[in-house]
Design a protein around this ligand. Structure first.
Ligand SMILES: *[C@@H]1O[C@H](CO)[C@@H](O)[C@H](O)[C@H]1NC(C)=O
Ligand SMILES: *[C@@H]1O[C@H](CO)[C@@H](O)[C@H](O)[C@H]1NC(C)=O
Ligand SMILES: *[C@@H]1O[C@H](CO)[C@@H](O)[C@H](O)[C@H]1NC(C)=O
Ligand SMILES: *[C@@H]1O[C@H](CO)[C@@H](O)[C@H](O)[C@H]1NC(C)=O
Ligand SMILES: *[C@@H]1O[C@H](CO)[C@@H](O)[C@H](O)[C@H]1NC(C)=O
Ligand SMILES: *[C@@H]1O[C@H](CO)[C@@H](O)[C@H](O)[C@H]1NC(C)=O
Ligand SMILES: *[C@@H]1O[C@H](CO)[C@@H](O)[C@H](O)[C@H]1NC(C)=O
Ligand SMILES: *[C@@H]1O[C@H](CO)[C@@H](O)[C@H](O)[C@H]1NC(C)=O
Ligand SMILES: *[C@@H]1O[C@H](CO)[C@@H](O)[C@H](O)[C@H]1NC(C)=O
Ligand SMILES: *[C@@H]1O[C@H](CO)[C@@H](O)[C@H](O)[C@H]1NC(C)=O
Ligand SMILES: *[C@@H]1O[C@H](CO)[C@@H](O)[C@H](O)[C@H]1NC(C)=O
Ligand SMILES: *[C@@H]1O[C@H](CO)[C@@H](O)[C@H](O)[C@H]1NC(C)=O
Length: 383
């Protein structure tokens, strides 16, 4: 498999693409790669693919929430799962407090509002934050956590590492089938889901690394989106915590780096190797400018799984010998290790998630060749 993909890489690597892109000279791809990049469900083996936001994505309903699995254990070579949840406002917790011993769970707010609770291994310091668009919460292993959807048009989700955690949902939820691919069934609106159900199923989830924590009482004293009250939340800088401690980063308040190699890219890491440790993954948002006419779009060849999910604007992703794919908001591209790719935008401002297995991913390399930066927007002239 690897060597066939490398062949495709070599073909893709022969191209020199400039922006705006004309990909009609793309060489024919290896016949052993799939005919089409586009899938409606994450594939059951490691291969390049693109999946649209609100595709079927093995959609699973649990407590009125719809979980879509854009990346699964099998589709990523077990690197990670990428799950996105759409759900209405809920008057109570969406799930009872629980722990994962083996899975690091990232919570990102795509839109709307949700509240997240997390308590680290010390069992003492219970943190909660109300997350609005672009906010991030890291539930590291062995943190007791729970969440509640707060707005009618809320979308949350993120990576769960390592891959395979979707099996939990397949075991206890039921398959969703929406002819219109609506984010969630409107019949779920205005429904309060009874936690007794969650309590009842959780005992069955222990084999899937879900451990009920019935003694955890979620604090309800958040003011200005945070409790304890003295935490910095949308009022100043946040940074990823040392290994083993849950943490939260408000949108735009985390560390930032600027890379100027092909236009501008602002990298805002949410998980570095310091936080992922032996799970060995990194994740950042990357804000990218258009490519100046005198720059050449970079060719990437990474030996481990890479994923991209567009958050704002749109991104062209050219993988191996496939035609370049245009990804818009919420769309995902999965690139196996050893497969060459390029990405660029022909809009003026695009933001995407970069999710990387191992310590040499897109975000890590861009940071290494960039410099610390102070803003969420790039400079007003190309360098
Ligand atoms: C792309 O290149 C082909 C072949 O050179 C040319 O016919 C076509 O007009 C180009 N398309 C664009 C959008 O530039
Ligand atoms: C539900 O979907 C999962 C994953 O796509 C599949 O394995 C399972 O067979 C489906 N179950 C039913 C009842 O359709
Ligand atoms: C999580 O807790 C389990 C059970 O105590 C332990 O075996 C495991 O090492 C812990 N994981 C981490 C990353 O601390
Ligand atoms: C934290 O509480 C859980 C039960 O909620 C218990 O299993 C665990 O041992 C406790 N950890 C510590 C460090 O006290
Ligand atoms: C929502 O639920 C309340 C209480 O059951 C009910 O009075 C109201 O009509 C419902 N609203 C909608 C839009 O269904
Ligand atoms: C969940 O079950 C535990 C016992 O396993 C019980 O103590 C707790 O009250 C239950 N919680 C809810 C919300 O039903
Ligand atoms: C909440 O925010 C308001 C407005 O910024 C501020 O005046 C108030 O002191 C904050 N309250 C707390 C408890 O931080
Ligand atoms: C918040 O208050 C607690 C208790 O007084 C203290 O231990 C902690 O350092 C404070 N945190 C910040 C960020 O000021
Ligand atoms: C990891 O932590 C070390 C020690 O605090 C620090 O020097 C290094 O910059 C951190 N690495 C990243 C990628 O944040
Ligand atoms: C690329 O073009 C920009 C203007 O768009 C200019 O400022 C810059 O010096 C050029 N860089 C190189 C390497 O030619
Ligand atoms: C993480 O992955 C890199 C390859 O990207 C490897 O060199 C390194 O040893 C791995 N680290 C751990 C802690 O597994
Ligand atoms: C581009 O970025 C590099 C690395 O941060 C920096 O050394 C260099 O000065 C930057 N170039 C310009 C023209 O800003």
């Amino acid at each position: 498999m690897r060597s066939l993909l490398s062949l495709a890489t070599a073909l893709g690597g022969a191209l020199t693409i400039r922006a705006p892109q004309n990909v009609t000279d793309t060489p024919s791809k290896s016949t052993l790669l799939p005919d089409s990049l586009y899938v409606d469900n994450a594939p059951n083996y490691l291969r390049p693919y693109v999946i649209r936001q609100y595709a079927t994505a093995q959609a699973t309903i649990l407590r009125g929430e719809v979980f879509r699995f854009y990346i699964t254990g099998p589709s990523s070579g077990n690197a990670f799962t990428l799950v996105v949840v759409n759900a209405p406002q809920n008057a109570v917790l969406n799930v009872l407090p629980h722990i994962h011993e083996r899975h690091f769970e990232c919570f990102y707010n795509y839109k709307g509002r949700f509240q997240l609770w997390a308590q680290g291994r010390d069992n003492i310091t219970q943190e909660t934050r109300v997350l609005t668009q672009g906010d991030f919460g890291a539930v590291v292993r062995n943190s007791t956590h729970t969440f509640q959807m707060m707005d009618p048009d809320s979308q949350m989700g993120g990576a769960i590492v390592p891959g395979g955690f979707e099996e939990t949902f397949f075991a206890i939820g039921h398959n969703a089938s929406f002819g219109t691919h609506t984010p969630y069934n409107p019949a779920f609106s205005n429904t309060t889901y009874d936690l007794t159900f969650s309590n009842g199923t959780m005992a069955n989830e222990a084999p899937f690394d879900v451990y009920n924590q019935p003694r955890f009482q979620p604090r309800r004293d958040a003011i200005n989106g945070t409790a304890p009250a003295n935490r910095t939340w949308h009022t100043g800088p946040n940074s990823p915590a040392p290994f083993g401690i849950p943490y939260f980063i408000a949108n735009g308040f985390g560390p930032k780096y600027l890379n100027n190699e092909t236009g501008y890219q602002i990298i805002q890491p949410v998980v570095t190797l310091n936080q992922s440790g032996d799970l060995n993954f990194t994740s950042s948002t990357i804000t990218i400018s258009a490519t100046p006419q005198n720059a050449t779009v970079a060719h990437w060849l990474i030996q481990e799984t890479v994923a991209i999910q567009v958050l704002e604007g749109h991104l062209w992703v050219h993988i191996a010998g496939f035609d370049a794919a245009l990804l818009t908001c919420g769309d995902v591209a999965l690139i196996p290790g050893g497969v060459g790719f390029r990405y660029w935008t022909d809009t003026y401002f695009t933001k995407f998630f970069s999710l990387n297995q191992g310590g040499n991913g897109v975000d890590t390399q861009l940071i290494r060749r960039g410099a610390e930066y102070h803003a969420v927007v790039f400079p007003d002239e190309f360098s």
